[in-house]
Design a protein around this ligand. Structure first.
Ligand code: PGA
Length: 245
C-alpha cells in the first residue's frame, strides 16, 4: 500500500502526518506500507518513520547513480543514502507534463535497482486511448518498452502500478472488473517476458481515486495486489482506512 503525496506537504506537515498515521497502522502486518513525499520532505519522513513498519519512497529519480552536473536531478544512490526504500517511476503526470518516455522509465528503473531501491513502475492508458479500444495496446507498448528489457533478476525486484489516467484525481475509480482486466493483461505481459513464476510473484498495484470506501472491492480481485494512492494518502485517517481495508 503506497501513498503518493505528489506536490503536497512541508516537512512540518510531514511530521504531523506520521504522528497521526503510525499508531493507526501499527498492527497492519498484512501489508507493506510506503509513503512517497516530495524530495524536500524525505528526511522528515525517514526520521518520523524510524522503527515503524512504514517505508519511505521518492516520486522520481535520475537515471544514473554517478554524481554530475545535472541541475535539479537527484540520483537513486542519494535517495538510498537519505533513507528511501522505494521510488515511483514513470507516473503518468511525469509522462504527461515532464517528457517521461518508456525509454527513460527503463533507464531510471535500472538505476534505482542498482542503488537497491524498490522501483514502483507506473503504466496506464489515457481516456481517449481507452475510449478508442486501445488500452491493451498501450499497456503492451509501455510494458514492453519500459519494463520487459529488465533482466529476470531485476524484474523480480520491482513493483508494477496500473494507473488509468482517467481515474487519477478525478474521483472516477475504475470498477474492480475494469481494473482486474488490465491487471490480468499486465500479468500476461509479465509471463510472456519473464515466465509464469515471475508473473505470479510480481506485485501489481492499482492506482486512481482509491479511497477507504472503494478499496475493498478492488483488493478482492485476484490480480490486484495493492494500491498506489494519491489524494487519499494525504490524510492519515484516510490512508490508514485504505491500508486497513
Ligand atoms: P489519486 O492519485 O489517488 O489522487 O487518483 C493516484 C496516483 O496518481 O498515484
Amino acid at each position: 500500500m503506497a501513498g503518493n503525496w505528489k506536490m503536497f506537504k512541508t516537512p512540518a506537515e510531514t511530521k504531523d502526518f506520521f504522528a497521526k498515521f503510525l499508531p493507526l497502522v501499527e498492527k497492519s502486518g498484512h501489508a507493506d506500507i510506503a509513503i512517497c513525499p516530495p524530495f524536500i520532505d524525505v528526511p522528515a519522513a525517514v526520521e518520523a518513520a524510524q522503527g515503524s513498519r512504514v517505508g519511505v519512497g521518492a516520486q522520481n529519480c535520475y537515471w544514473q547513480n554517478k554524481e554530475g552536473a545535472f541541475t535539479g536531478e537527484v540520483t537513486p544512490a542519494m535517495l538510498k543514502a537519505a533513507g528511501c526504500t522505494y521510488v515511483i517511476i514513470g507516473h503518468s503526470e511525469r509522462r504527461q507534463y515532464f517528457g517521461e518516455t518508456d525509454e527513460t522509465v527503463l533507464k531510471r528503473t535500472k538505476a534505482a535497482l542498482e542503488a537497491r531501491l524498490i522501483p514502483i513502475v507506473c503504466v496506464g492508458e489515457m481516456l481517449a486511448e481507452r475510449e478508442s479500444g486501445r488500452t491493451n495496446e498501450v499497456l503492451s507498448t509501455q510494458f514492453n518498452g519500459g519494463i520487459a528489457a529488465l533482466s529476470a533478476e531485476e524484474f523480480a525486484k520491482i513493483v508494477v502500478a496500473y494507473e488509468p489516467v482517467w481515474a487519477i484525481g478525478t474521483g472516477k475509480v475504475a470498477t474492480p472488473e475494469i481494473a482486474e482486466d488490465a491487471h490480468k493483461v499486465l500479468r500476461g505481459l509479465a509471463e510472456a517476458a519473464f515466465g509464469k513464476a515471475a508473473a505470479d510473484a510480481v506485485r501489481i498495484l492499482y492506482g486512481g481515486s482509491v479511497k477507504p470506501d472503494n478499496v475493498t472491492g478492488l483488493m478482492a480481485q485476484p490480480d490486484i495486489d495493492g494500491a498506489l494512492v494519491g489524494g487519499a494518502a494525504l490524510k492519515a485517517e484516510d490512508f490508514a482506512g485504505v491500508v486497513n481495508f
